[in-house]
Design a protein around this ligand. Structure first.
Ligand SMILES: NC(=O)c1ccc[n+]([C@@H]2O[C@H](COP(=O)([O-])OP(=O)(O)OC[C@H]3O[C@@H](n4cnc5c(N)ncnc54)[C@H](O)[C@@H]3O)[C@@H](O)[C@H]2O)c1
Ligand SMILES: [Zn+2]
Length: 381
């Protein structure tokens, strides 16, 4: 037997910036980021979520004006690639194919950039396209929803759906950079603004008690989408997600534990059961409430914490009861989650606001009781 032990390490680094007015000609952030790739002029293909363009009809003109001002660094490839916003671009990924075609017709190589401006779905699908064309084209993401800015658009994953299976095809690939420009949120429907807050409550509960306390205090300002409160919520949530990816020791999710999936084991099932009427954030909010009730029933968190969680979720605008919760087959959903994790069940529960613990077993009768309490809004006094 002869064996060569092959091993090497690679550092992954990318800036995640928080800004406003990124495409104002006098704002050098984007040009400076492109310059990190080296001297000279770099080709950029803009890839745009069509709903974002509807909300910001001058976007293409602004991109052109920006590229003109920074022509020593940026050569804009025209026209931009337009992508249907929302889950459709992941379920029927025709734009992924269009992206591959554009890389050929527009001479986009591994030194060129794709600048993807859109919600989490467009970022996922086009991130997948960019990661696979030429085995990887430089990707700058400009997320335009709350969820994309505080979670989906800042991490290391991308995906499209395959034959009805969500996120079945995808890669772990770090972007070149992420620019969260809060100005894009001005056109976002209220419902989507609320949805993005579920992940902030989630990550606060498992990682940062002080941030949870802040969310609880700020719930009315968040419900009114006060810009300062929204920006703090997004930035801190993004920071906690990034800290997790950097320090968990498992950035590419090879282990079984998925603490960031707190409240998520039933969420995907409830989204499906509702025929996608229930959005991801709305399902996660219900999932957080259910797993918090269960943590309380297990004696792991006190009543005050439990009620603060309820008040925060309802306070920012979530409804914690939905027919999909009633229909949820708890046993099957846990089984599905076990498979998703690779065979070993690992559910995150709370021990206090800001601290979580993994458990390998769920008391089904108790979980059924908690679901009933949630459906009847019977919270412990
Ligand atoms: N890769 C990851 O780590 C990760 C993590 C979490 C979620 N996700 C994925 O993210 C997706 C959900 O993302 P999302 O919540 O951003 O929703 P979304 O991308 O589906 O966007 C919701 C709707 O808002 C539109 N939109 C986007 N920005 C807008 C704006 N500024 N103004 C007006 N309309 C706008 C979109 O076109 C879409 O119709 C899911 O596919 C999910 O699987 C990925
Ligand atoms: Zn989520």
């Amino acid at each position: 037997m002869w064996q060569i032990h092959q091993a090497f390490t690679m550092t992954h680094e990318f800036p995640v910036c928080f800004d406003r007015g990124t495409l104002s000609p006098d704002n050098t952030l984007l040009a400076d980021i492109v310059a990190l790739a080296g001297k000279g002029c770099h080709r950029i293909l803009p890839v745009i979520d069509d709903e974002v363009l509807k909300g910001h009809p001058d976007l293409i003109d602004r991109l052109k004006a920006y590229a003109d001002t920074h022509s020593e660094r940026i050569e804009l490839i025209e026209p931009p690639l337009m992508v249907r916003g929302g889950e459709i671009c992941k379920s029927e990924p025709v734009e992924v194919d269009e992206f591959y075609q554009r890389t050929q017709t527009d001479r986009i190589d591994r030194h060129s950039f794709a600048l993807v401006i859109g919600g989490g779905a467009v970022i996922d699908a086009m991130g997948y396209a960019a990661a696979t064309a030429h085995r990887g084209i430089r990707l700058i993401r400009m997320p335009t929803t709350v969820l994309a800015q505080n979670d989906a658009g800042i991490g290391v994953k991308n995906a499209i759906n395959y034959r009805g299976r969500k996120n079945y095809l995808g890669t772990f690939t770090t972007p070149f950079a992420v620019i969260n420009d809060y100005d894009f949120l001005s056109s976002l429907p209220d419902r989507d603004r609320i949805c993005g807050m579920a992940e902030a409550v989630k990550v606060a509960l498992i990682r940062d008690g002080e941030f949870f306390h802040w969310l609880h205090q700020a719930r009315e300002r968040l419900a009114a989408f006060e810009p300062e409160a929204m920006e703090h919520m997004i930035a801190r949530c993004a920071e906690l997600h990034l800290n997790h990816i950097r320090t968990s020791g498992d950035p590419f999710e090879q282990g079984s534990a998925r603490p960031l999936d707190f409240g998520h084991w039933g969420a995907h099932r409830m989204e499906e059961l509702s025929g996608s009427e229930l959005r991801h954030g709305e399902a996660v909010a219900i999932g957080i409430a259910l797993d918090s009730l269960y943590s309380h029933a297990q004696g792991m968190i006190d009543t005050e914490t439990l009620l603060a969680i309820r008040d925060t979720l309802e306070g920012v605008g979530f409804t914690l009861r939905h027919p999909a919760l009633e229909k949820l087959d708890i046993d099957a959903a846990l089984q599905g989650f076990r498979e998703h994790l690779g065979g070993k069940l690992c559910i995150t529960l709370l021990t206090e606001a800001g601290h979580a613990e993994e458990v390998g077993e769920i008391d089904l009768a108790m979980m059924h009781d908690c679901r009933q309490q949630l459906l009847e809004a019977k919270w412990p006094a």
